[in-house]
Ligand binder design. Sequence first.
Ligand code: SF4
Length: 355
Amino acid sequence: MNPPPIRERLSRSTPYAAEPPFSDLLAALNGWFASAARILPWRSDPTPYRVWISEIMLQQTVVATVIPYFRRFVARFPDVKSLADASVDEVLTFWSGLGYYSRARNLHKTARILADNGFPETRAGWEALPGVGPYTAGAVLSIAFDRPEAILDGNIERVWARFRCVPRGDRFKEHLWRLSRYAVETTLRCGLSPSVINQALMELGALVCRPSKPECHSCPFSPRCRACASGKQDDYPQRRTGNGVETIEETVYVYMLVDGRVYLPPPSESQRWRKGMRDFPTEEIPGWRPFVRYLGRSVTTHSVTRYKVIRTAEVYMMESPAVALRFADSFFGDLTGIPYSAACLKTFKNLFNFR
Ligand code: SF4
């Protein structure tokens, strides 16, 4: 037998009959957000363009990291036309260090579509765009257009999983999405703003219902939160079985000049990682061996999506001025103005030991 719908389970008379209705919790959440919301640059002027840029940047990246990138990005590309008119290399340069570079490439592709067709106002319209999934579509539509669209990010997942002690089974995500949709429907019925409530839910997960040590005493959901009532906050969301992280080892070759500049060739089409980024070569440059002196190696680790990349950099000093001169365009003393990956930056910083 199928379980009863969420709204029945949240409103029927059960041992929770003395609890306040869900609409009261949302009203309390609304009030909490008005006093606790952080001042974030994309919140000051939530146009569809700025919300979309911020949501793409915030995918798998924390707010504190995104803030300076967002400011620089919208200063250079203040609207969708300026982004569409830019080259992908320039967009990647402004994204350098933020990681997950397919986001920047998709952003650029999407900008060109939006510049021609305008911003969609339906979920289907947004989800048809490169790099836009159900979360981003719901976030842009609700935050920028105040449409009653549900969202579910990592922060909201944690809130719902604890709020109803949702077990991590096959239907885990489905259950959480239903809660998000129910929240949006109730928001509308109570005359609250979907834009505010969705942002408030995310903020609640980020500031109060944190992964460890949630502050239940200041949480507007505490009167009906099952995890809080049973003291099981640390048990939800339940852990995934197996961490799913794959370790990859790679070697890169660092060719350094006496003045500290290093060789970063232009990106090649065959690059598996970090497409379109400058990075150290993963193979020795044929014919350079007689002109270089081995200095040593440095090891860095870097996480990208579900991979842990252990990178060994073999460091050489280039001792032939003639070779250095021939490839002068690809030797760099710093990474300003070029698209580079976070792994490249880590290796680069590690080279100070050899300088
Ligand atoms: S009461 Fe505690 S566990 Fe429940 S949603 Fe609020 S912060 Fe999270």
